[in-house]
Design a protein around this ligand. Structure first.
Ligand code: PAF
Length: 284
């Protein structure tokens, strides 16, 4: 496995790979890897000739500086994990390689309502930061496909929209969320949960699952209200529970009229913010 830190080296190296006729699968990450990330590498390896993974804790997507400071960083372990699943190249740039002085990396893209709801509402500026870094990484890597986890459903929707708007020749592949045995969605933030909160954290997945069947008899708003109550256990503070159209991310008014329904939630467990979602109705 190759480990590169400089943008120019990366571009030169990948030019050769493309000249050899190989297709490139790309997994952008912020490190602190877990099996969920490794499943993205697996999928990319099945689909593509060459798998690139980036590790970069992107400061521009953290609306809360405390969250950026506390974000777990485990570079040595990450590199070993990626080597163990056969990633071909890891790109681990210092900030100056992603945001070199003088280079305009800001984005001139409007996401309409996609970044105004849910994460966008509670983390202002977050998605502009995500889009900025992913666009820059796509420019550097030039991948044929980008592999992203469903846990960040809104992020996937937004990046699909960005790729479409900018006409970038890259496919976006959304891969299923990996879960712990008790249902908690795997996340780099889980290591920050105290043992007591970790034990209760499956409440997110349990609630997303338990409320699904209510859709037949209740209005989405009633279900949201019920779910917020169910999530309000000691130590936990839900921010939102929304039942949305999977394409527009707008609230579902009439479940019978929508063929793509996703329930999404964000909950504070102590000082750790957890998110999760479940696709309740899928067009495929
Ligand atoms: O999902 C993440 O880890 C990040 O938002 C991403 C896509 C790597 C951009 O920094």
């Amino acid at each position: 496995m190759y480990l590169l830190k400089r943008a120019r080296e990366l571009q030169q190296f990948l030019r050769t790979i493309r000249e050899e006729g190989k297709s490139i699968g790309f997994i952008p990450t912020m490190g602190a890897l877990h099996p969920g990330h490794l499943s993205l590498v697996d999928r990319a390896k099945q689909d593509r000739h060459f798998t690139v993974c980036s590790i970069f804790v992107n400061p521009t997507q953290f609306n809360d500086p405390k969250d950026l400071d506390l974000y777990p960083r485990t570079p040595g372990k990450d590199i070993r994990m990626l080597a163990s699943v056969g990633a071909d190249l890891v790109f681990m740039p210092p900030p100056g390689e992603i945001y070199p002085p003088g280079l305009k990396t800001g984005l001139d893209v409007s996401f309409g309502l996609l970044d105004k709801v849910m994460e966008g509402e509670f983390r202002p500026g977050h998605f502009q930061g995500v889009a900025q870094v992913v666009k820059r990484l796509i420019n550097l890597v030039g991948p044929d496909a980008l592999y992203l986890g469903q846990k960040d459903f809104q992020q996937v929707a937004l990046l699909r929209n960005m790729v479409q708007q900018l006409g970038l020749p890259v496919r976006i592949v959304m891969c299923p969320t990996l879960r712990e045995a008790d249902g908690l969605a795997m996340s780099s933030r889980n290591v920050r949960l105290s043992p007591e909160l970790r034990e209760k954290a499956p409440i997110l997945f349990e609630t997303l699952t338990a409320t699904k069947d209510m859709l037949e008899d209740f209005h989405p708003e009633e279900i949201e209200h019920f779910a917020l109550g169910r999530l309000s256990i000691p130590g936990f503070k839900p921010e939102y529970f929304e039942i949305v159209d999977g394409n527009t991310l707008q609230p579902v008014e009439d479940a019978a009229q929508t063929n793509y329904i996703v329930a999404c939630t964000a909950v504070w467990a102590g000082n750790v913010r957890l998110i999760d979602n479940l696709i309740w109705k899928s067009p495929d």
